[in-house]
Design a protein around this ligand. Structure first.
Ligand SMILES: *Cc1c(COP(=O)(O)O)cnc(C)c1O
Length: 410
């Protein structure tokens, strides 16, 4: 049965081949990629790297080196974000501190952030989940006022903007990811951006000493790219998603990842995809607009508030339903209908044992983050979404609502 993947980058075999070959045989794609990301972010410096996690680890190490106060070993992060964020903090030898999120925006609650204990905080990190810009100006203000760094995590938000400024360019340094399910995909990959004088100098030095990606790893990722592109097609995705060894959609806490340069071949593919960033963006935005229009009318479905001056990137389309039972029912019904809906990250970071173990304030309640973890549904926005997706999702969700009413009355 045809199945719409939960997220992905639609790309052609010819552009993958062009990217791999040009990357392998010339330095031009690296220069082009750096130029394109500098132009998109509006920042002066860009370093391609082998993953978003590696980017975050290096940025945090640079911040630690640049920080005046050696006792500051905490990184303030949203209590609902990608587990890799906490893993990168551990890998940099630092500890997370959690700030609750506002379920209405899916970003850090600015009032909660302002009340956090900053006494040992080195940096605060945004999340911009699903490509929706967080309240970045206010996070930036709070970071400035408290004298801490801000890292703008735009792993899912390449191309998104807020008040005309690129997401990823707020604060002192930012990152993008090119992993599966992000905005552009090289299987694994990412980039660091910054124009902070001292941090940029430290990062430039760190990047000069970074090892190259092993040729085995580069080969494996190059071989996976055409498979990924073919299998993203709805006729094949229905088959491959059942193959357990692919580990699709699994969220794991893992600190053993390589920290290396982005392989030349993958640089080539990223450079090719950057040429189409606007087109990819337009597709996702159109699909998101359609979903917003149709689903906004359903009673019980809560769409996240988007700031009026935001241009989201919509790596996925998130919504909240009133309770976890309905969420599981909705994801199940959508899945059976061939629509790759997900419950996103299964837990708030306050409920991930590896993270809790590192916290200095493990008992702080994170009701907003727990609510999001229990009630979120994400929908696909990529180029394979059909024009009637909104209508189909509406019918399936409306079909789940009576079931909820019955469950609640029992
Ligand atoms: C994916 C992601 C990362 C990590 O990026 P990788 O390239 O997968 O290592 C970091 N932060 C957020 C919010 C992400 O979604």
């Amino acid at each position: 049965m045809a199945y719409l993947a939960p997220a992905g980058t639609v790309m052609s075999l010819s552009e993958i081949a062009r990217g791999l070959i040009s990357g392998a045989f010339s330095d031009t794609p690296r220069r082009l990629l750096v130029e394109e990301i500098r132009r998109t972010s509006g920042l002066q410096h860009c370093w391609p790297i082998c993953s978003g996690r590696a980017a975050m680890t290096l940025i945090l190490r640079a911040m630690r080196t640049a920080a005046a106060a050696p006792e500051c070993d905490e990184v303030l992060i949203p209590a609902y974000t990608c587990y890799s964020v906490a893993a990168s903090i551990a890998r940099a030898g630092l500890r997370p501190r959690l700030c609750d999120v506002d379920p209405r925006t899916l970003g850090m609650d600015s009032a909660a952030l302002d009340k956090c204990d900053f006494s040992r905080v080195l940096a605060v990190v945004s999340s911009n989940l699903y490509g929706l810009p967080n309240a970045l100006s206010s996070i930036e203000d709070i970071a400035r006022r408290r004298g801490v760094f801000m890292l703008d995590d735009a792993a899912q938000a390449l191309g998104a903007r807020l008040g005309g400024r690129a997401v990823g360019a707020f604060g002192d340094a930012g990152l993008y990811s090119f992993d599966k399910g992000k905005i552009i995909c090289t299987i694994q990959g990412g980039a660091i951006v910054s124009q902070h004088g001292q941090l940029s100098a430290i990062l430039a030095n760190l990047m000069e000493h970074i090892p190259p990606t092993s040729s085995a790893e580069a080969f494996v990722n190059s071989a996976k790219l055409p498979i990924y592109a073919i299998c993203l097609h709805p006729t094949l995705y229905g088959i491959v998603k059942r193959l357990p060894f692919l580990g699709l959609g699994r969220t794991q806490y893992e600190t053993r990842y390589p920290i290396a340069d982005l392989a030349d071949v993958l640089v080539g593919v990223a450079a090719e995809l950057m040429k189409r960033l606007n087109e990819l963006q337009e597709q996702r935005r159109r699909n998101a607009e359609q979903l917003t229009r149709v689903l906004g009318e359903i009673q019980g479905v809560i769409l996240p508030a988007i700031q009026s001056d935001a241009e989201p990137a919509y790596a996925r389309f998130p919504l909240l339903v009133p309770d976890p039972h309905l969420r599981d029912r909705a994801v199940g019904a959508l899945d059976r209908a061939g629509i790759g809906a997900t419950g996103s990250y299964p837990r708030a970071l306050a409920d991930v044992p590896e993270v809790v173990q590192m916290l200095r304030n493990p008992e702080a309640p994170m009701p907003g983050a727990r609510q999001v973890a229990a009630q979120i549904v994400t929908l696909p926005t990529h180029g394979f979404c059909p024009p009637e997706l909104g209508d189909r999702v509406r019918d399936l969700l409306v079909g789940c609502l009576p079931a909820l009413a019955i469950a609640q009355s029992q």
